[in-house]
Design a protein around this ligand. Structure first.
Ligand code: DLL
Length: 433
């Protein structure tokens, strides 16, 4: 299939170099002029936009971090007046404080453009029915995929998440040919379909999965492809980049990152030093054209490596390997971001339980499950089961409200969980990805 936007997708590497340089320099001026935080950081690093004289000079610019968004909550990093914004999205943060991202009309346009190219590169287009089973609303997945799918002329079935039997019925009745959702949700949909006597591969028109928002493995891809009889593609992004942004092409050999939209680096997370192609480290992305919330050398925290070989698809845009994890400790439970510190935060607000807790994450069938073990405080400890059950329900309720995901709770005796001398290891992740 021919590319969505040949002008950029087929642009020769030398021309992309020049374009990236020009855009990066403009971005540096923009941040210097309009972002007090980044201005101060540039001065501290003793670098001025005039110092960007080549593409490599981007590496002189200071990093941005997730915490910068929280420290300037809600909109302190925005560089346009409120009237220029056409949308907000909000994602959950580490301390209960969410991260707010904003978009100008052009930001939405380029986000949509990125996905239009991506979806076209996996063979989707007019005639396809794309079921969008990412959450619609504050999460970027639903609306992001929706706009991209509409742009390429496909028919969108905006089912969002949940109500799985209905998802299966609609998929069948309306002939969905592709589904965009988390890989774990797709497995769950497959299981529900089976219980309904429907085999997705045999009994529906489904042939493509656009799967991401959480880590998944090559084994999982094979499993999904074989079990459901579809092709499963990886889609990657974060709300700070706009949302879901980049996918693999039909070759399934890594995620293409459009060079006119983003400049990527992989660094050693400890030293901040650049790593070469093939070397695994922390992904750093500079979004070259974002207006409302420019992200420059943004340390996302995701672990990957850059693939610098030509792709058989012919696009001179670099690829990144599947994301294998994060530098920090964020857990993704059924597509929802959960930080151990959020759990700590919530638990510490409940007088009957202690600060000693443990998180056990497991995968039962297709769904992630999280168990929080927490010590009951001596004062609150009781041998009456009814009292303990009441505390347990209270904790589960509190966690559900603050994390937006259901959690199992196990109360344990005071002093029974491990103690640590160095860094605490609170998370036991038993999921085999
Ligand atoms: O998850 C955006 C998105 C929506 C991507 C739909 C793909 C599909 P956030 O909620 O900000 O945004 O979470 C971003 O999720 O830093 C990664 O750790 C993880 N993540 C996203 N896609 C993948 C993927 C959306 N394909 C965080 N593989 C990122 C592994 C992923 N991890």
């Amino acid at each position: 299939m021919s590319p969505w936007n040949p002008r950029f997708e087929e642009m020769p590497a030398a021309e992309l170099d020049r374009l990236q340089y020009r855009l990066a320099k403009t971005l540096a001026y923009r941040l210097y002029a309009f972002s007090p935080l980044y201005h101060a950081r540039m001065r501290e690093a003793n670098v001025h936009p005039d110092d960007i004289r080549s593409l490599e000079d981007v590496r002189k610019l200071p990093f941005m971090y997730k915490r910068d968004l929280r420290d300037t909550y809600p909109t302190g990093l925005f560089t346009v007046p409120r009237e220029e914004l056409v949308r907000y999205h909000v994602s959950s943060g580490t301390t209960g404080k969410p991260t707010v991202v904003g978009y100008t009309e052009k930001d939405i346009e380029l986000w949509t453009e990125s996905l239009a190219r991506a979806f076209t590169s996996i063979g989707l287009g007019r005639g396809d029915v794309i079921q969008v089973s990412y959450g619609y609303g504050l999460f970027t997945g639903g609306l992001g995929a929706h706009y991209g799918a509409e742009r390429i002329g496909a028919t969108v079935l905006p089912t969002s998440v949940g109500n799985t039997e209905r998802q299966v019925e609609l998929m069948q009745d309306l002939g969905a040919t592709a589904i965009a959702c988390t890989p774990s949700y797709l497995l769950h949909i497959g299981e529900v379909a089976e219980k309904m006597g429907i085999n997705l591969g045999r009994d529906t028109a489904l042939r493509t999965g656009i799967l991401g928002a959480e880590p998944w493995s090559e084994q999982m891809r094979r499993h999904i492809q074989e079990r459901l009889g579809i092709k499963a593609y990886d889609i990657y992004g974060t709300s700070e980049l706009s949302g879901p942004m980049f996918t693999e092409c039909a070759e399934q050999r890594g995620i293409h990152v459009w060079r006119d939209l983003a400049y990527i680096e992989v660094i050693d997370p400890e030293s901040g030093e650049p790593l070469g192609p093939g070397e695994r480290g922390e992904l750093v992305i500079t979004m070259l054209q974002k207006e409302a919330l420019p992200m420059c050398r943004y340390r996302i925290g995701d672990i990957t490596s850059i693939i610098d070989e030509d792709c058989p698809c012919g696009r001179a845009h670099p690829r990144i390997e599947r994301i294998t994890g994060r530098v920090d400790d964020m857990l993704i439970i059924r597509g929802i971001n959960v930080f151990p510190s959020q759990i700590e935060h919530a638990l510490l607000e409940i007088p009957e339980v202690g600060e000693h807790f443990q998180i056990v994450v497991d995968r039962k069938g297709a769904l992630d499950e999280m168990l929080v073990r927490v010590e009951v405080r001596k004062e609150a400890f009781s041998d009456k089961i009814a009292d303990l059950m009441q505390i347990q329900r209270g904790v589960a309720h509190k966690l559900r409200n603050s994390l937006n995901v259901a959690v199992d709770v196990e109360l344990v005796e005071p002093g029974s969980l491990p103690r640590f001398e160095g860094k605490a290891k609170r998370v036991i992740d038993r999921r085999v990805l």
